[in-house]
Write a protein that binds this ligand. Structure first.
Ligand SMILES: *[C@@H]1O[C@H](CO)[C@@H](O)[C@H](O)[C@H]1NC(C)=O
Ligand SMILES: *[C@@H]1O[C@H](CO)[C@@H](O)[C@H](O)[C@H]1NC(C)=O
Length: 302
C-alpha cells in the first residue's frame, strides 16, 4: 500500500507517452555513448519543391539556435537550445559541470526538385540521400533531409514527425512534411489533432502551417540527434524504439499543457500567430518541450 501514491504519480506523469504511441518507458537516461558536441555542420537536402518563404523560415530557425538577442528578446530559441547543450554535463556520472556551446551552421544545401528516389522514402532511399548530402562536406557533417509535400517517410507519423538514423557511422535526420502526410499528427496545434481531443487550433507564427510545423519537427529531431546520435546516448525504453528527449514530452509547448491544449504560449498581436520563442530579425517560433535533465521535468520556454 505504501508505494501506491508513487505508482499513481508515475502513471500520471507518463500517461501522455502512451497517447503518442510510445511505451511508458520513463525519462531519458544516458547509456554511455557520445553526444554531438562543439560544432555541427548541416548539409541540407530540400527533397521536392519548397517555397522561398518556407526555406527562409526554416533556415532562420537554424541560425536562431546560436543567436543571442539580449534579455529584451526572452524567451529566445537559444535558451531552448541551451537545454539541449546542457546534456553534455549529464552524459557522465558525477556532478554536472558547465556545458560548452554547440554551434550549428549550414555548410551545404541542395534541392532535389524531382524526387530523385521517389516519393516513398524507406531506409535504403534515406541512406542514398544522406550519402548525397555528405558529398563534398567536411567529415562528420549531419545530413538533414526535408521531405517535400506528399513524401511518405518510413517510420514517421503516429507520434514521430522527424526521425534520425545512421548511414554507416554517420547520423542523419529526416524531417517530415505534414502538408499532406498526417497533418493531424504532425501539424497540431496548427491543425486539428487526430489523437484524443481535437484541441485548440492556433495560428502558425510565420503564417505557414507546413514550415512552422517542420520547425517543430526539426527542433525535436535535432535535439534528439544531438543527445542520442549513435543510439547509445540519452533515451529510455528499448534502443530500436527509444523514448528520446522530445518523445518524453509529447504535444507540449508551454507550462500547464494537457491533452489537446498546448500549454502557455504567446500570441503575436500583429499576425495572430502563436509562439514561445524569439529568433533573429523579428522571427518567432513555436518550439516543442524537451526533457530537462537538470530539473527532471519537461522544459518549455514559457
Ligand atoms: C525535372 O523534371 C522536369 C519534367 O520531367 C524536367 O523538365 C526538369 O529538367 C527536371 N529538373 C531537374 C533539375 O532534374
Ligand atoms: C565543420 O566544418 C568546419 C569547416 O567549415 C570544420 O573546421 C569543422 O571541424 C567541422 N566540424 C565538424 C564537427 O566536423
Amino acid at each position: 500500500m505504501a508505494s501506491s501514491p508513487l505508482l499513481f504519480l508515475s502513471l500520471l506523469l507518463f500517461a501522455p507517452l502512451a497517447l503518442a504511441g510510445h511505451g511508458p518507458s520513463g525519462p531519458p537516461v544516458p547509456h554511455g555513448g557520445p553526444l554531438l558536441t562543439r560544432s555541427i555542420n548541416l548539409s541540407l537536402i530540400w527533397y521536392g519543391p519548397f517555397g522561398r518563404v518556407q526555406k527562409r523560415v526554416i533556415r532562420t530557425f537554424i541560425s536562431s539556435l546560436n543567436y543571442n538577442g539580449g534579455a529584451n528578446l526572452e524567451p529566445q530559441v537559444s535558451s531552448w537550445w541551451r537545454v539541449v547543450e546542457s546534456y553534455q554535463s549529464f552524459a557522465r556520472p558525477g556532478p554536472p559541470g558547465p556545458a560548452p556551446p554547440i554551434n550549428v551552421k549550414v555548410v551545404k544545401q541542395e534541392v532535389d526538385i524531382n524526387f530523385s528516389v521517389g516519393k516513398v522514402l524507406t531506409v535504403d532511399f534515406l541512406n542514398i540521400l544522406a550519402q548525397k548530402a555528405a558529398a563534398g562536406t567536411p567529415a562528420g557533417s549531419l545530413a538533414v533531409i526535408f521531405a517535400g509535400s506528399g513524401v511518405t517517410v518510413q517510420g514517421l507519423c503516429m507520434g514521430k514527425c522527424s526521425i534520425h538514423g545512421l548511414n554507416g557511422p554517420q547520423p542523419y535526420l529526416v524531417v517530415g512534411n505534414p502538408e499532406i502526410e498526417c497533418p493531424g499528427s504532425c501539424a497540431w496545434p496548427f491543425f486539428p489533432s487526430d489523437y484524443g481531443p481535437k484541441g485548440v487550433i492556433l495560428q502558425p507564427p510565420n503564417k505557414n502551417v507546413a514550415a512552422d510545423a517542420m520547425v517543430i519537427a526539426l527542433a525535436s529531431g535535432l535535439a534528439e540527434t544531438v543527445t542520442n546520435p549513435f543510439n547509445n546516448g540519452f533515451y529510455s525504453g528499448i534502443p530500436t524504439q527509444p523514448t528520446e528527449i522530445s518523445d518524453a514530452c509529447p504535444n507540449m509547448f508551454g507550462s500547464g499543457a494537457l491533452p489537446g491544449y498546448t500549454g502557455k504560449v504567446r500570441i503575436d498581436p500583429a499576425t495572430g500567430g502563436a509562439f514561445n520563442a524569439h529568433g533573429p530579425r523579428g522571427r518567432k517560433y513555436l518550439l516543442p518541450a524537451i526533457w530537462n535533465p537538470r530539473t527532471n521535468s519537461c522544459y518549455t520556454p514559457l
